[in-house]
Design a protein around this ligand. Structure first.
Ligand SMILES: [Zn+2]
Ligand SMILES: [Zn+2]
Length: 382
């Protein structure tokens, strides 16, 4: 709360600059506090994908206030200035404003204008919501725009109001006179040097702009209103993709030296069993010499009766049996199409659908038999 009071109370005039068409289909009314809370909860529940809100704007326009408000709604805070400060201080330098600007320009010249944005993107976990403060270069913004659901907000306030705030905050390196302030700001706003900060362009790129000259209450209300306009439709894998991805993960535990296969059995969209190929419990692992047939790299289709490795689908069915779980009417997801023996087990285990990824050699008979027994088979291109 203390930080929020650093700047004068502000009034907010908001100019939404989203494409008009995006809102014509979903008109929004002024929102109540209850709706705002509900909206916030919805955002926080977005468990797949994330919302990234970029903040741009001039000195003391209210960027920090908006960031702090979003932090109070469980957004994680990241700042390009902090990223730059981290880099500068790790080299033993003092982070003055002038040095931060020159170091930033130096880095951009060397590694491209999006260097700080890339640094943040590489470092942060991708499973939550973020607010990114201090975006000062169009190329930085373009790096974040690669993220699904990135939204750039421009915060603005009158020049005089902003200078009054800058004097009040008494931060080291800040300009002391109105002339110094204007000079520095002009330099940052629209430098002809492509690598320098280009705030004016950044603000132009914003899809929403907040004119912040009035009260905090209005600023927060308008921030809430903008939040509620963010679409919350995250791209998620389909059920088939989801279970096949898990089957692939299961395959990674395989100890067989010939092939890694994974399978999961699903009933009513819930996994009831998993299995990967390898030697039976208590027998030396295949990759430790447990299966002489696999370890001799026998020719395809030969000496199958000597193979000690159980198949993934077989292990998956057996695991369900071990725990006393029914597989009736289930679907099995397997990273390869099942062999003849596994197909027999699948049929008699009551499994009604086989979704597989790659074709297992010698699987044609098996697929034919599954079809005859009324088991649906689906090859998934993945
Ligand atoms: Zn093996
Ligand atoms: Zn098999």
């Amino acid at each position: 709360m203390v930080q929020w009071l650093r700047c004068d109370p502000v009034t907010v005039e908001i100019r939404v600059r989203f494409p008009v068409a995006a809102f014509e289909s979903q008109p929004r009314e002024l929102v109540s506090a209850e709706q705002i809370l509900r909206g916030s909860r919805l955002i926080l529940q977005g468990s797949f994908g994330l919302i990234v809100i970029g903040i741009t704007g001039k000195y003391c326009a209210g960027k920090t206030t908006v960031c702090d408000y979003l932090k109070s709604k469980s957004f994680q805070y990241e700042s390009l200035s902090d990223e730059l400060r981290r880099l500068l201080e790790s080299g033993g330098e003092k982070a003055t404003r002038e040095r931060l600007i020159s170091k930033g320009n130096e880095l951009r010249k060397k590694h491209g204008n999006g260097v700080l944005a890339k640094s943040i993107i590489e470092r942060i976990p991708k499973d939550r919501n973020y607010v990114i403060d201090s975006l000062r270069n169009p190329d930085e913004i373009n790096e974040f725009k690669k993220f699904q659901n990135f939204h750039l907000w421009g915060i603005n306030a009158d020049e005089k109001t902003r200078f009054e705030r800058i004097v009040k905050r008494k931060r080291e390196g800040d300009p002391k006179t109105f002339e110094e302030f204007r000079k520095l700001e002009k330099l940052e706003s629209s430098s002809r040097d492509q690598n320098a900060q280009q705030l004016d362009k950044c603000i132009e790129m914003a899809e929403a702009r907040i004119e912040n000259n009035s009260t905090l209450a209005d600023l927060f209300a308008k921030t809430d209103s903008l939040l509620l306009q963010i679409p919350l439709e995250f791209k998620r894998p389909s059920w088939d993709e989801y279970f096949m991805n898990i089957a692939k993960e299961v395959a990674s535990r395989s100890n067989c030296v010939k092939r890694k296969v994974g399978a999961v059995i699903v009933r009513e969209k819930r996994i009831v069993s998993t299995g990967y190929n390898g030697t039976p419990r208590g027998v030396n692992n295949c990759n430790e010499g447990g299966c002489p047939r696999c370890n001799s790299f026998a020719e395809n289709g030969t000496k199958l009766d000597e193979c000690l490795c159980s198949h993934a689908e077989e292990n998956c069915i057996v695991q369900a049996s071990f725990h006393g779980i029914s597989t009736a009417n289930g679907t099995i997801y397997a990273t390869y199409s099942p062999c003849l023996t596994c197909s027999k087990m699948i049929i008699n285990a009551g499994i009604k659908k086989v979704v597989y990824n790659a074709n297992y050699p010698l699987a044609e008979n098996a697929l034919r038999m599954l079809k005859e027994a009324g088991v649906e088979t689906v090859k998934m291109q993945f």
